[in-house]
Structure formats: C-alpha cells, structure tokens
Design a binder for this molecule. Sequence first.
Ligand code: URP
Ligand code: ZN
Ligand code: ZN
Length: 462
Amino acid sequence: MKVVRGGTVVESNWSAPADLVIDGDKVLAVVAPGTPVDESAEIIDATGKLVLPGGVDPHCHVGFTSGEFTSLDSYLECTTAAVFGGTTTIIDFAIPRPGQRPLDAAVEQRAKAAAGLCDSALHACVVDWDETTAQQLATMADAGIRTVKMFTTYAGETMANEHTILNTMRATRDLGGMVIIHCESDAIVADAQNCAAATADIDASHMSSTRPELAETASVAAILAIAESQGAPVYFVHQSSPAAVELVVDARKRGLVAFTEAVAHHLTLDATEYAGPEPERFVCCPPLRATDTVEGLGRQLFTGNITTIGSDHCCYDTAQKRSHRHDVRHMPNGLPGVETRLPVIFSHYVDGMGLSPSRFVELTATNPARTNGLYPRKGSLMPGADADIAIWDPAREWTVTTGELHMATDYTPYEGRRLRGKPVTVLVGGVVVVDDGQLVDATPRGRHLPAAALDFSGAFHM
Ligand code: URP
Ligand code: ZN
Ligand code: ZN
C-alpha cells in the first residue's frame, strides 16, 4: 500500500486537500488529509503539490510513416517522454501503409503496446471503403478499437473521399465508436500551394499562407453536414481557429454530438515562428496561426467549447524537417510534443491566465479518457481508477531545453521557454516511475487499453 500525502487532489469537477491511498495498481480511497493508514504503507510526500490523474494524450503519433519519412520514436521512447511530462496514457494511430488493410495496421500497432512504459490505446484509420471495411471495423470494435481517424487532406496518401467518410461514420456510429477527423479542404490547400509554387514562395516560411484558415473551416462545415446526415458523433482533431471551433459549437446546439480537440502548439505558438531562422521546425498541419487567432482559440478553453487538448506528437528531427524545407509539399508535418503538452499548457493557461486546475485536468486527462472509452479507469483518481498519478509542483520554474527532454529528437519548438509548473513524481499503475526528474523504474508495463463502447448521454463539457 502507498499513500500520497499532503497534496491537493485535483479532479475535473473538484479539487481539495486530500490523501490518496493506493493498493497495488489501483486507487483504493481518497481520504481526509492525515487520515491514519496501515503502518507499513509507503508514504509519498506531496506537500504543496497538486495530485493529478496522469495525463491522457488523445493524439500521439508513434513511429508514424508519412510519405518518405518515419517519425523517430519507439513505444518505449515515446511513453518514457510522455511519463516525464506527466502523461500516463497515450492514444496512438494505426495508419495503414498504402495497400494495407486497416485491421492489419491495427493488429501490427497494437502489438507494440507492451513495449511502453505506460498504457496506450489506438485509433484505427480508414482511407478507402470496400466490401470488407464494415467487417474490419466490427472486428476492431470487438477488440476495443472504436475511434477511427480520417483525413480530408493529404491526397494520394491518407485522404478519404466523402463516400468513405459517410460510410465509416454510419458504421462506427452503430458500433459504439466515432470518426475523428483532420479537416482541411485538400482542393483549397492544393490551389494555395500551386499558386505559391508558381512564384517560388513554397518554402517553410510560407506554411501559413499555403494552408489557410478557410481550408479548415470549409472542411469542418462539410464534415459536420455528413455527420448530421447520419446522426453520427464526430470529433475534430487539432482545430486551430476559433472559427472552426464555433462551427462545432453551432452543430452541438442543433443536437449533434460533436467535439473539438485543440493541440498544445496551436494554443501556445504562433505563425511568427515562420518568419524566424528555422521555420521548418514549426511545420505542422494545420499550421501555426496568427497571434490573434491563437489568443481567440485560447479563450475557448475558458468557455468549455474545447473538449480536449492533445499533443499531435510527431517525433521528427531537424535533419528530417530540413530535407525538403524549400517545398512544404514534401516536408514531414508535425511537431514533437508528448512531453511538453502538459507543462506548456499549465504554465501558459493555469499559471499565467487563471484557468482552473480542474479544467486543466478535464481538458488533458478526463475528457480524453471519456471521448475514447477509457473513463473512469483513466482520467480520474476516484477509487477503482488505475493509480496513474502526476504529482505536480505548480511553483517549479524551469527552462525548456532539448537536452533535458526525453523525446527521440534533437529539438523542441519550445527551446528556451520559461515555464512554471512541472510534474515532479509520476506513478504508473501504482509504481513510482519518475521521481525528482529521474527515471527510477524503466520496466515496460504498457498494456493496450480496449475502449468501451462510447456513451455520450452523460453530462460533461462538450
Ligand atoms: O502536421 C501534422 N499534424 N502531422 C501529423 C499528421 C496529422 O495530420 O495529424
Ligand atoms: Zn492531422
Ligand atoms: Zn496527428
């Protein structure tokens, strides 16, 4: 038995001074501070700290192949970095290679879970619809893989057409699942890129203009219409502008079950990075947005309009980002961020702007668990939950430097940023894995987490 003593326990709907009693790999009880416990219990001192459910990262690409590039981390590397950053569950993607069946991609990716330092779950991915797809989705749902990633862009790679998206929405709806979708109008993006290429303005510094906000909002509107036609729940990944978020809010008012995910880099970095000396390091889709767009998106965190915050972690290194920096059409998209997601959001929005610790937990742990069929096992510290815990020092000041991070890359988009707030001790399944910045138990204990059928009838921020 262990007791986390003296801290403030933070759940998504309350926080209070409390001690946490852990039995094996589960939370046994949340008790009043100082409640006597078994004398043999190991005491973990959390005085002055926040005791948070470990983060659940709903959007994390591990060893992700796109075109000629594969991001650089293994499950062990990605989950080790995650745990250092206070995240104790990642949700990865089974993106099929060209010609590969979605089910085979899922089986292949799921086998990697055991190499993780923490647990993981999977999103499936459908690119084309054929006569076997419905059965493949049913088989995956039976195995607890119920969320299905789709793309309206990346033509020739993972882009799905509207027929495929509609069919997949209908099938997942009936399987207790949900389509999660990357929305950018490929036609608008391709046209913007072609115009830019014609004037040789296609290098990484032109990332914003070649993937305009309109491409995103146009696609979100089209996908909402398809979801409404099917009465199917839908989750929009990495929404990057308040305008895109508002479309989802309006659809919810009409009765659709629809969710917005924001990602840490769209909330804490802006398009001025593309005018800097190494714009390629910031190339991601959708791109970083103008400062006022970032501020507007951030304000949506306080309204409840945003459901989750992910990382969209893609662990490319500088050499990969540089290799096609003169032409964004051929660059690897995505930023490393599984380790920095919680600290940069805490520092900017909780410490800096007064977002409540409970809302922080809701956005980064509880709602990601709920929208992925993992709650209350994950995203909560109530009795019976997995004892995945981030003991967080809200006053710890530190500077982000690549050398002190653990992601399998040679850069971070936050290099040199001063932050306040850091996880100091992290438990995975009741075991202290990180303590005072040191990895103290490197045993891979990762399990693939089967998602329960999704049920959005209960009330939570949507
Ligand atoms: O730029 C990004 N987001 N790359 C990763 C793949 C995706 O679109 O999520
Ligand atoms: Zn995406
Ligand atoms: Zn992604």
